[in-house]
Each structure stands twice: as structure tokens, then as C-alpha cells.
Design a protein around this ligand. Structure first.
Ligand SMILES: Nc1ncnc2c1ncn2[C@@H]1O[C@H](COP(=O)(O)OP(=O)(O)OP(=O)(O)O)[C@@H](O)[C@H]1O
Length: 232
């Protein structure tokens, strides 16, 4: 049975959720509740279905069975998504500003153009991620670390409620990766709910309050499992 959280103003609830492709599940149905303020790190072996779960959570692919419910003060447009670097177009012919602004597309509804509100959200995200100096530069000419920051700004412009990040440090050098973790911590401390996949488990875990182990039976790690993962 799904528990209603009284402390949070919203929850993302997986109810008997099984994810996969072409009707074939990668896992058994499982229950999970994500509350606002959570920082969840998804871990598991290669091919376990971590990215598939994330894509199902953000609504890019349908669940095989069960469902994802949004409860409380949240809707689909409140969930910002950062795909894996290898899945996005690196030679996108747009400026940093245009890429960040495009994060507000979902907010436009039936409006044909970006308005003052969307421009302000994009400008705030650019400031927050320290991108003002490069905001007129071409996205395709940036380094991997800069690109990742721009894409994070894009996701934040779309929503600061929930950020779903698929291996956000892929391709980043250790310094850029450390900056990214600091930034995610700051966002989380300021109220953004974060759901991330990371292979750098010890770093991700130092910030995450919940660890979701993706396997045949996806579940939140016990304290003992958490310690075990950290010791590996
Ligand atoms: N579009 C797709 N159609 C069919 N099968 C897919 C598709 N994308 C991924 N798969 C398969 O689903 C399984 C899970 O893939 P997924 O990318 O979710 O795993 P992962 O845990 O994120 O792996 P990794 O740690 O290597 O990134 C893999 O066997 C993969 O080959």
C-alpha cells in the first residue's frame, strides 16, 4: 500500500512499477515514494535499468506495469531532466542563452513566444550557474564541463522543484565533477528534490539521503547496504 506523506507538499510515487522496453520488464514491480527535499541516488550494475527507470519517471517511456503518480503540489512540467551526455546533440547550433531559455518550452503552454517570465527564469538560471560570461557563446564550442553546466541551467530554468539527472558527471574532469556535486548540494539545500544516477557512488552518497538499488527487485538501501556500497 502506498503511504501518504504528511510532511511533504508533494510526492512522486511509484506504485507496483515495472520498467522496460517492448513489453519486457527489466525488474519486478516495486513501490517507492520520493518526497520533496529528497536527494536520491540510483545505483546498480550496467544494464540494470537505471536510465530506463529515470526515463519512465519523467514520462519519456511508458511503464510496463504499475504507475508513477504525482501527488500534491506538483505536475509533469515541474520535473527538469538532464539526459546522459551521449544522448544529446553536442553540435546543437544555438547560443548558451538560447539553450537555457529552451528549458522553459514546457511552460509556454499555448503561448507562441517566450515572455518576460521565461526570460527571467533563464536569466536567473544563468546567474545561478555562473554562465553570464559565456551566455552569448555557441553551445557546440564549449567544453564538456561547461556544456553540462549549461544543460543543468536549462533544466533549472524549466523547474527548480525536481531535477532528474542521468549520470551528470560523465565526461567531466574531477574538478568539474566536484563543482557539479557542490552545485547539486546547494540546490538540494535550497529545496530542489534531486534524483540522480551516478557511478561515482561515494561522492553521490555523501549528499544523497536515499539510495535506490536498481536490480530485479528495486528497493531503498538499508543502512547496512549503504555501508556495503560505500566500502566497495
Ligand atoms: N531503447 C531501447 N530499446 C530496447 N532496449 C533498450 C533500450 N534502451 C536500453 N535498452 C536495454 O535495456 C537495458 C537497461 O538499459 P539502461 O540503459 O536502463 O541500463 P543502466 O542501468 O542505465 O545501464 P548503464 O549503467 O550501463 O548506463 C539494457 O539491456 C539495454 O540494452
Amino acid at each position: 500500500m502506498v503511504r501518504e506523506s504528511k510532511d511533504s507538499s508533494f510526492s512522486i510515487i511509484c506504485e507496483g512499477l515495472a520498467v522496460g522496453y517492448s513489453g519486457k520488464p527489466l525488474c519486478n514491480g516495486f513501490d517507492l515514494e520520493i518526497n520533496n527535499g529528497d536527494y536520491i541516488c540510483i545505483v546498480g550494475e550496467n544494464g540494470a535499468g537505471k536510465s530506463t527507470l529515470i526515463k519512465t519517471l519523467v514520462g519519456l517511456i511508458p511503464a510496463i506495469s504499475g504507475k508513477v503518480l504525482l501527488r500534491g503540489d506538483i505536475d509533469k512540467s515541474d520535473i527538469g531532466y538532464l539526459p546522459q551526455q551521449r544522448e544529446m546533440q553536442k553540435d546543437f547550433p544555438a547560443s548558451v542563452w538560447e539553450v537555457v531559455l529552451s528549458g522553459c518550452l514546457d511552460r509556454l503552454g499555448f503561448k507562441p513566444f517566450y515572455g518576460h517570465k521565461e526570460r527571467k527564469l533563464a536569466a536567473d538560471a544563468i546567474r545561478e550557474l555562473d554562465l553570464e560570461d559565456i551566455k552569448n557563446e555557441s553551445f557546440r564550442e564549449l567544453s564538456g564541463g561547461q556544456r553540462q553546466r549549461v544543460l543543468l541551467a536549462r533544466a533549472i530554468a524549466g523547474s527548480k522543484k525536481v531535477l532528474v539527472l542521468d549520470e551528470p558527471i560523465t565526461g567531466l574532469d574531477p574538478v568539474a565533477a566536484a563543482h557539479l556535486y557542490q552545485l547539486l548540494n546547494r540546490l538540494n539545500q535550497n529545496g530542489t528534490t534531486i534524483i540522480t544516477i551516478s557511478h561515482d557512488i561515494s561522492k553521490a552518497l555523501s549528499a544523497a539521503n536515499k539510495l535506490l538499488i536498481m536490480s530485479d527487485k528495486p528497493h531503498l538501501a538499508s543502512e547496512a547496504e549503504r555501508k556495503e556500497v560505500l566500502d566497495v
